[in-house]
Design a protein around this ligand. Structure first.
Ligand code: AMP
Ligand code: ZN
Length: 448
């Protein structure tokens, strides 16, 4: 039996993954809040859990992977006011871009992609239940979860209530019994999105949707829950509190997996810092495969600094690998993905692909097949060689006009006996993948 190891944020240990039911693996990853176009930081979470999904599918075949869409949130309301666009328009547009991004990064479709607004009834039901069990209380149209009612509060972030209070920017409110209490339901003004509830017209707090949707689609106790590091507290801590209290159990997700941040100059890439690169822009500039490979170039638990050098390195790797592209896709032996089984060690797996490439380049047909399958397994080579070449061409920053001007300049240089300049121009074009060839009475060009 193939064994997979994962670092469980709950125990802070690398553990052997033992599924609840090996016939159906259950995994939930927190998806985007659709208020603005996703950035490369969000893409890392997408690619990390897509990779884990691929590995789980390889070992267990049947994997139920749920990734939600948060389409009701204060950030969305703010964006709607700022942009003077309806909430529906914003969430639809951003969801569309998000799906295009997933496609360009070659992320597999999750088994389900539930939206928060389609689960309001269930959220009201869970809130009602938490109130009746005395884990939550009503305060002027708000419903709060009482954190002191859950003894294990802080077990995921490994902090007690006092430490958490000291370390977080909490919303001070006289409506709360404890400053750390978090909102399950809050009132909405007439112009804000709202639903009728026993506590008046309002909307759910963010954490509630993931407790509700994970239970609905995966059950009360499921295998893996994932997201970025920033979600450990308060989001995931609060999900645990809601679900464990409501279901009178200590079990919610058995394994918690969190990916490190994408950083720019060592700072977390985030909208609030204004240092984001959108997935769409990165894909346009470098292609989806290059962005995907860059996101896999560091171990998921480590930070990943986003910079031009990293991207150019990945680009030249992909270009090199395409030299051995072929249209075969064979079942990979588990031995090839060994590094991925070891806590999803993507840098180790990339090193393995390089190894296979080196052997295949010497003419070993078997390694060439393995090399191609390994690339596909990790979500690369989703474009044929032709498509990749075409993409490179359209991607090219130089126009035909530029090339023809350069050829003319070179001709002048040659006519003036300045062969050094003529050679420099030839090299300059070559660096841009343009090859020129002098024929009898003209110079022709083509892309490399
Ligand atoms: P959001 O749309 O902000 O709710 O984020 C969606 C997912 O992206 C969450 O799992 C976040 O933890 C993750 N995320 C946000 N920013 C970054 C970042 N800079 N690096 C890695 N993951 C991030
Ligand atoms: Zn969530």
């Amino acid at each position: 039996m193939t064994s997979l190891k994962l670092t469980n944020s709950l125990t802070k240990k690398k553990e052997l993954f033992t599924p609840i039911n090996s016939k159906e693996i259950t995994m939930y990853a927190c998806g985007p809040t659709v208020y603005d176009n996703p950035h490369v930081g969000n893409a890392r979470t997408l690619v990390v859990f897509d990779t884990l999904f691929r590995v789980l599918k390889k070992i267990f075949q049947n994997v139920n992977y749920v990734r939600n869409i948060t389409d009701v949130d204060d950030k969305i309301i703010e964006a709607s006011k700022k942009k003077n666009k309806s909430i529906q328009k914003i969430t639809e547009e951003v969801t569309k871009v998000f799906h295009e991004n997933c496609k360009s990064l070659n992320c597999l479709q999750p088994s389900r992609e539930p939206k928060a607004t389609e689960h309001i009834k269930e959220m009201i039901k869970m809130t009602t239940s938490l109130i009746s069990k005395k884990f939550a209380y009503v305060s002027e149209g708000h419903v709060y979860f009482a954190v002191t009612s859950f003894k294990e509060y802080g077990k995921l972030s490994n902090k007690n209530l006092e430490e958490l209070k000291a370390g977080s920017r909490i919303e001070v409110s006289k409506l709360k019994k404890n400053p750390m209490d978090f909102v399950l339901w809050k009132p909405s003004s007439d112009e804000d999105p709202g639903w009728d509830s026993p506590w008046g017209r309002g909307r759910p707090g963010w954490h509630l949707e993931c407790s509700v949707m994970s239970e609905k689609y995966l059950g009360k106790n499921f295998d893996i829950h994932g997201g970025g590091l920033d979600l450990i507290f308060p989001h995931h801590e609060n999900e645990i509190a809601q679900s464990c209290c409501n279901n009178a159990t200590q079990k919610f997700s058995n394994y918690w997996v969190h990916n490190g941040f994408v950083t720019i100059n060592k700072e977390k890439m985030s909208k609030s810092l204004g240092n984001i690169v959108t997935i769409s822009d990165a894909v346009k500039k470098y292609s989806g495969q290059v962005v995907r490979l860059a996101l896999m170039s560091a171990h998921y638990s480590q930070p990943l600094d986003w910079n031009e050098k990293l991207l150019l390195e990945q680009k030249s790797t992909i270009e090199k690998w395409y030299q051995l592209y072929e249209d075969s896709d064979e079942e990979l032996e588990t031995e090839v993905i060994e590094s991925l089984l070891e806590d999803l060690n993507t840098p180790g797996f990339i090193a393995k692909i390089h190894e296979l490439y080196n052997v295949a380049k010497k003419g070993d047909e078997k390694s060439k097949k393995k090399f191609n399958s390994a690339c596909r397994f990790i979500g690369l080579f989703n474009q044929s060689k032709d498509e990749w070449d075409k993409l490179k061409r359209s991607d090219s920053k130089i126009s035909e006009e530029f090339i023809l001007n350069k050829i003319n300049e070179r001709l002048n240089a040659k006519n003036n006996g300045n062969y050094k300049l003529a050679d420099q121009i030839r090299d300059e074009l070559l660096k841009k993948d343009v090859v020129i060839e002098d024929q009898k009475d003209k110079t022709v060009w083509k892309f490399k």
